[in-house]
Design a protein around this ligand. Structure first.
Ligand SMILES: Nc1ncnc2c1ncn2[C@@H]1O[C@H](COP(=O)(O)OP(=O)(O)OP(=O)(O)O)[C@@H](O)[C@H]1O
Ligand SMILES: [Mg+2]
Length: 588
């Protein structure tokens, strides 16, 4: 039977029955020829069989009217009953929140332990595709980790996940310890190790952002990242001068990428060009960079080529008068000041990181940043911006648009960097075999840096791990996220008058699954895990000493410490720091 017909029959039978019987009853009444209602009622038993002798409904006016009156009566009764109907949700009147069970998590966990992301002692998330028919429960592999200082972000999340050795890793190492503790373990598991040490630059592999520039779009990304990450705190910066400074810097970086030879294609040359811009209050005066740009333009004209991007950008700077030009120059110089340091010049002079191969073979890149001095974090921000864009571009080259080796970004102290457009990037990474794990001390840190986009970032992390902390807005958010449950509450009463009596009453009330004070005073070994599509888990933090790769860490055996100097030497690069230079005096 067609669905619609079934629906009509299902909903229409009370009306049909009411019509039919009322029709027959009215017909019986009409058959009895009397005006006295009592006579009609007394003879109804005889008239009814006559009326039902013909099973079809009567079409007499009175009988039809009787039928319709009954239909209206039934309709009125049904509507009235519907309006008065009570909605009971026994046991969950005030909320249905409960803690999750491992059974509901089962499809999300790979039976092979090493193919999972570790969230806690019992909760894991598979790196492999979902089992057949379970695609609806697919989660992205982005994990937002929040934990106060010393809550175990490094020990119970970062290091256990590095020990899994299933992906390439890009790790922010905010104290320089993770490289030392886990470097050798990763090497033994077949990883290429790279590191950018922004604390001790003499012991870092070198990183030249311009080595990866392929288009003027890439230039703009580098310049934007540098500008937003070198803005001094408190000074909002006049947007005209900020924008003009950005245009001038774009012109110079673009010029270097276009014209400089391999040895000079770096930010040091950009600084040299910047220093060569001498402005004079004379419209006829041309400085060295004006002449270089002019020469380039003429060469392009001679070859019938369009004016290059760098020349177009530089012209905009030239249009500013002498005084404005000087202010623009001062703004650029303030932004690039950290690049003038000798050790930074050395660090960016050439490239040894080869970051474009990270998605092709197992690689671990450590970005050692200082958690006390953030002045060099702009280089880390440029690195991450470039890394995300490079990997997304690279993924396009593979037939299914995915990198052959999954790349995981473990971003400790995430709020110390501002990666432009991160809120957009995070939403497109999943389909390219890239995932991120931003790690924060408090949720409010993210709001401070990414403003309105903070919600987009947290919303794009299907898993959330809370390791403890006391910050007010974080625990309020978590308590609300966990929801409310319904509990039974017992009340007692006592009458102490002449007739002593005791009474007990029970009622259902709602309460948070975990109240703010319970979250704030959570046991140090416990954590809260929330995974998309599952109820939250109140669990034990992962104990890294139980991992099969733990004996390879330097935590287990100090002999396993990764020796940076030895590694640099093995690359054929011994670079002495000033403190390592020993003066040899020949005696005699
Ligand atoms: N799951 C764990 N297993 C073993 N030790 C742990 C665990 N969690 C924390 N610890 C110990 O607690 C201390 C602090 O942990 P950890 O350094 O991981 O915290 P953190 O949140 O990364 O701190 P910070 O904010 O300073 O980076 C360490 O000495 C570590 O050994
Ligand atoms: Mg840490």
């Amino acid at each position: 039977m067609p669905k619609i017909l079934l629906k009509i029959v299902k909903q229409g039978w009370p009306y049909t029955l009411a019509f039919y019987f009322a029709n027959k009853l009215t017909e019986a009444f009409v058959i009895i020829r009397s005006n006295d209602i009592m006579v009609k009622l007394q003879n109804l038993d005889k008239a009814l069989p006559v009326a039902f002798a013909n099973p079809l409904p009567s079409i007499s006016q009175e009988a039809l009217l009787g039928g319709f009156v009954a239909v209206f009566a039934v309709f009125f009764i049904v509507q009235n009953a519907k309006a008065k109907k009570k909605k009971f949700r026994e046991g969950i009147e005030h909320g249905s929140a409960t803690w999750g069970t491992l059974e509901e998590l089962e499809p999300l966990v790979d039976p092979d332990f090493s193919k999972n992301i570790i969230l806690s002692q019992t909760e894991r998330l598979r790196m492999t595709p979902m089992p057949k028919g379970m695609w609806q429960r697919t989660c992205n592999k982005n994990v937002l980790v929040v934990g106060g200082s010393g809550s175990g972000k490094t020990s119970s999340f970062v290091k256990p996940n590095l020990m899994q050795c299933h992906s390439s890793y890009i790790i922010t190492d905010s104290k320089g310890q993770i490289l030392q503790e886990c470097g050798k373990m990763l090497q033994k598991n077949g990883y290429n190790i790279r590191f950018l040490d922004l604390i001790d630059m003499g012991l870092s592999m070198r990183y030249n952002p311009l080595a990866y520039v392929k288009s003027d779009k890439d230039v703009r990304k580098i310049v934007t990242t540098l500008m937003v990450n070198t803005k001094s705190e408190g000074t909002g910066g006049d947007s005209f001068f900020e924008d003009s400074a950005s245009i001038l810097l774009t012109a110079l970086v673009s010029y270097v990428c276009l014209e400089a030879g391999p040895e000079e294609r770096n930010l040091n040359t950009v600084l040299d060009l910047l220093n060569a811009i001498e402005l004079r209050d004379d419209p006829k005066w041309k400085n060295a960079v004006d002449l270089l740009m002019e020469k380039l333009e003429k060469r392009y004209q001679a070859q019938n080529k369009a004016v290059p991007f760098c020349v177009k950008q530089y012209r905009k700077f030239q249009q500013a008068g002498y005084k404005t030009g000087q202010s623009i120059l001062a703004t650029v110089n303030a932004h690039v000041a950290p690049l003038e340091l000798d050790e930074v010049r050395n660090l960016i002079s050439k490239d040894e990181l080869a970051i474009d191969t990270v998605g092709d073979e197992l690689t671990a890149v450590f970005i050692v940043t200082s958690d006390t001095d953030t002045s060099m974090n702009f280089l880390a921000a440029i690195f991450y911006t470039q890394m995300f864009n490079l990997l997304c571009e690279k993924a396009k080259k593979y037939p299914n648009g995915r990198l052959p080796v999954h790349v995981r970004f473990i971003l400790d102290e995430f709020a110390q960097l501002k990666i432009p457009n991160f809120e957009i990037l995070i939403s497109v990474l999943r389909s390219r075999e890239i995932s991120v794990a931003p790690i924060l001390q408090t949720k409010s840190q993210l709001r401070a840096v990414y403003k309105d986009h903070a919600e987009t970032i947290t919303g794009n992390c299907d898993s959330f791990l809370f390791l403890g902390g006391k910050e007010e807005s974080t625990i309020k958010d978590i308590s609300e996220m966990l929801g409310r449950e319904t509990i039974d509450s017992r009340g007692t009463s006592e009458n102490t008058g002449r007739d002593k009596s005791f009474g007990q009453s029970f009622q259902r009330i709602g309460r948070e699954l975990m109240s703010k004070d319970e979250i704030a005073s959570m046991d140090g070994g416990k954590c809260i895990v929330q995974i998309k599509g599952c109820r939250p888990f109140f669990s034990q933090k992962y104990n890294l000493t139980k991992h099969k790769n733990y004996p390879l860490l330097s935590d287990s055996n100090p002999k396993n410490a990764f020796d940076v100097k030895e590694y640099l030497a093995s690359l054929g690069r011994v670079r002495a720091r000033k403190s390592d230079i020993v003066e040899v005096i020949e005696v005699g």
